[in-house]
Design a protein around this ligand. Structure first.
Ligand code: AMP
Ligand code: MG
Length: 348
């Protein structure tokens, strides 16, 4: 009888404890604007979660202060100011991102090129005075785009742009790095479930709190035509999915008048917005820095070259959407992706 009572007591206590654990876990959200985009960090945890989210937000701001081209004192701005003059000693964070970015520049044979900055400035798609430059201007500025002229010194942690007027732009990779850092901080704080949205770059921690996979909508690049916000759902856990597309930033008034979309992802071989036939790409990788760089690579390379290239990068899978609304996927994507829009067709 006593043993039975003990077992009963044990069960009651255990059930109460499990109940408390779940009651104790709440959803906390933090919104910030940084890295030129709206960021939402959501974590499921206990009362200390807001503090952890605050620490993560500060880390994003720190990364922005080191990597933004627009902040005068950032590592990137100092590297650009000293182009053709002298090497600049920079923080480990920035050095790490530049080193990883250069790996992608090399591997993609220059489809990805962080020295694209002079072209980015010339078109000013993201800025106040976007315009279509003259061919001659583009040719002149294009001579400055060459990632092989970025000289790293690993010992001294310096970066040198070897020709005057060159410049680097980490816009295609820095958000991915920031997302990885947020995941690290949240996990170190004991968070087991969370979802981060850095302007469409999504990273998830674990599964959803109920144990099922996260359902991440992939934006329909032609939302204004089709009327649907998403074209597919990716079912994922513990990884990142990042998208690139011609719909994110483009010169709107020219598009409305002519139907031509001058967008923000450039082909470093031509100096014009990439014209590979794709309107959107998404990549899933363990780490967001890779998914971010790769989605931009795929967009410039086009579906055939891009998906072939993806085979070099273990653990990453990709989606390419072309202007005929056909979807191409790499191996590894079959089980993850559910196409929800009838406007799009999966090509096998
Ligand atoms: P994402 O949205 O990640 O595809 O990155 C686009 C941003 O990266 C642009 O706004 C530019 O700042 C920069 N960028 C544009 N074209 C390239 C390119 N070919 N390689 C690397 N960065 C680029
Ligand atoms: Mg990118």
């Amino acid at each position: 009888m006593r043993i039975k009572k003990c077992i009963l007591m044990f069960l009651v206590v255990s059930i109460t404890l499990i109940g408390c654990t779940q009651i104790g876990m709440k959803e906390y959200t933090k919104n910030i604007f940084a890295l030129d985009t709206y960021i939402t960090l959501t974590a499921y945890g206990r009362r200390n979660t807001p503090k952890i989210l605050e620490k993560a937000a500060q880390r994003i701001e720190e990364i922005e202060n080191r990597m933004s081209t627009e902040i005068d004192t950032s590592d990137v701005a100092l590297i650009n100011k000293n182009a053709g003059i002298s090497p600049v000693e920079i923080h480990d964070d920035t050095f790490y991102v530049i080193e990883r970015a250069l790996w992608y520049c090399n591997m993609s044979d220059g489809a990805f090129d962080i020295t694209i900055y002079p072209i980015v400035k010339l078109w000013d798609i993201n800025g106040d005075n976007p315009r279509v430059p003259e061919k001659e201007e583009i040719q002149e500025v294009l001579a400055l785009v060459d990632y092989t002229k970025v000289i790293l010194d690993r010992e001294k942690k310096t970066v040198f742009l070897s020709a005057p007027n060159m410049g680097i732009d980490l816009g295609a990779i820095a958000k991915g790095y920031a997302a990885d850092e947020v995941v690290r901080i949240l996990e170190e704080g004991g968070i087991e479930h969370g979802i981060l949205n850095l302007g469409g770059n999504i990273s998830v921690i674990g599964n959803k709190p109920d144990g099922t996979l996260w359902n991440i909508g992939i934006r329909d690049p032609r939302e204004e035509e089709t009327g649907s916000q998403y074209l597919a759902i990716a079912k994922i856990s513990d990884c990142s999915i990042v998208s690139s597309g011609d719909y994110e930033r483009y010169i709107k008034d020219i598009y409305e008048k002519t139907g031509i979309r001058y967008h923000h992802i450039f082909d470093p071989k031509t100096g014009y917005p990439a014209d590979s036939g794709l309107i959107g790409t998404s990549v899933i990788s363990k780490r967001s820095i890779d998914a971010d760089a790769l989605s931009t690579c795929l967009f410039v390379m086009g579906q055939e070259r891009g998906l072939d290239f993806l085979k070099n990068v273990e653990g990453s899978s990709g989606i390419c959407i072309d202007s005929a609304k056909k979807i191409y996927i790499s191996s590894g994507m079959d089980d993850v992706l559910e196409i929800t829009s009838e406007e799009y067709r999966l090509e096998k």
